[in-house]
Write a protein that binds this ligand. Structure first.
Ligand code: 13P
Ligand code: SF4
Length: 320
């Protein structure tokens, strides 16, 4: 944590009612609070809009608020800024990154791309603005198939940065793609051994999984999809028990929307709490209050980079 943030946190009056203050500041600033399903339940509950990566970028594009408070990770807030150059976009903790985005530095992708000049570059939205600027198309886990299918069948594709989503897409879309070898620190830790154990303990439970999981997990899944797709399936399917292979934050909404059903989070191999995204969970109520109060830390970028990153995002939004 930066020294300035630690100091600001230490300076918060402990008698302050944070929920009341957030409410007051949200109105005063004409701010909208967008939150991803992987945020803590208390943040999900106060958000103006809750969604998956695609829904959040659509909400960011459509809002008429002056300030966007993005309770998610850096690439999501950056996407909101790319779509809204005139708005103030703040992220409660600038250190909320993403292992997938970190796995794919723009200079390295540029070198890889130069080796394959005939390939179209399709990038998962979990990447930096600089990587987006090198891409022909952006996708999220909820529109990835549609985005890949929009390219002619004979068009070779370089897909970055998630090798698991990429491998799943190759199967779904029945085409070969060159895959960048990035992974999500959360989804790669799930244990197939523990999944098989849970399945035999709960034979009627359905397995639902995010496509960022490794193929060994995905082959056990009854349903694979984005966070919003998993949530929808858990509501609509007749099963009453689900083994959930994605970040644990989603369980808050699943339990809220289907209180009569039960949800078992898939444990990681190490017995750690690695199914909590360490980046998503950096955002707290205290930091949310501070960023609304101080309108800081802000997401900024050069106009040249923003315009280059905007084109492939707009192509994605037109297809969604
Ligand atoms: P979706 O929100 O598209 O399901 O992706 C999950 C994710 O990895 C967010 O970091
Ligand atoms: Fe990135 Fe994985 Fe965290 Fe999503 S869950 S923000 S992909 S590290």
């Amino acid at each position: 944590m930066s020294g300035a943030l630690a100091k600001a946190l230490a300076g918060i009056d402990p008698s302050l009612d944070l929920l009341e203050e957030i409410e007051r500041l949200r109105k005063e600033r004409n701010a909208v609070i967008l939150a991803h399903y992987y945020q803590d339940g208390e943040i999900q509950d106060l958000a103006d809009f809750l969604g998956d990566s695609l829904q959040l970028s659509q909400a960011a594009r459509d809002t008429d608020a002056d300030v966007i408070v993005f309770c998610g990770v850096h690439f999501m807030a950056e996407t909101a800024k790319i779509l809204n150059p005139e708005k103030i976009v703040v992220l409660p903790d600038l250190a909320a990154g993403c292992s997938l985005a970190d796995s794919c530095p723009a200079e390295a992708l540029a070198r890889f791309k130069a080796l394959h000049p005939d390939h179209a570059v399709v990038s998962y939205i979990n990447c930096s603005a600089a990587v987006k600027a090198l891409s022909d198309l952006i996708c999220t886990s909820s529109n990835a198939q549609r985005v890949v299918d929009s390219l002619p069948a004979d068009q070779p594709i370089l897909f970055a940065p998630d090798r698991n989503l990429g491998a799943w897409l190759q199967d779904q879309c029945e085409r070969d793609m060159l895959l960048w070898q990035g992974t999500c620190v959360v989804h790669e830790t799930f244990s197939e051994r523990k999944l098989v154990g849970l399945k035999s303990e709960h034979p009627k439970a359905k397995v639902i999984a995010h496509p960022e999981c490794e193929p060994a997990i995905l082959r056990h899944a009854d349903h694979i999809g984005s966070t919003s797709s998993l949530l929808r399936f858990s509501q609509e399917d007749s099963a009453t028990k689900f083994i959930v292979a994605t970040e644990s934050g989603i369980l808050h909404q699943m339990e809220k929307l289907s209180p009569q059903k039960s949800f078992i989070p898939l444990p990681p191999e190490a017995g750690c709490a690695c199914n909590n995204c360490p980046y998503m969970k950096l955002n707290t109520l205290e930091k949310l209050y501070l960023c609304l109060r101080d309108l800081n830390p802000r997401i900024e970028m050069s106009e040249e980079l923003r315009l280059a990153a905007l084109t492939p995002i707009e192509r994605m939004l037109a297809l969604s």
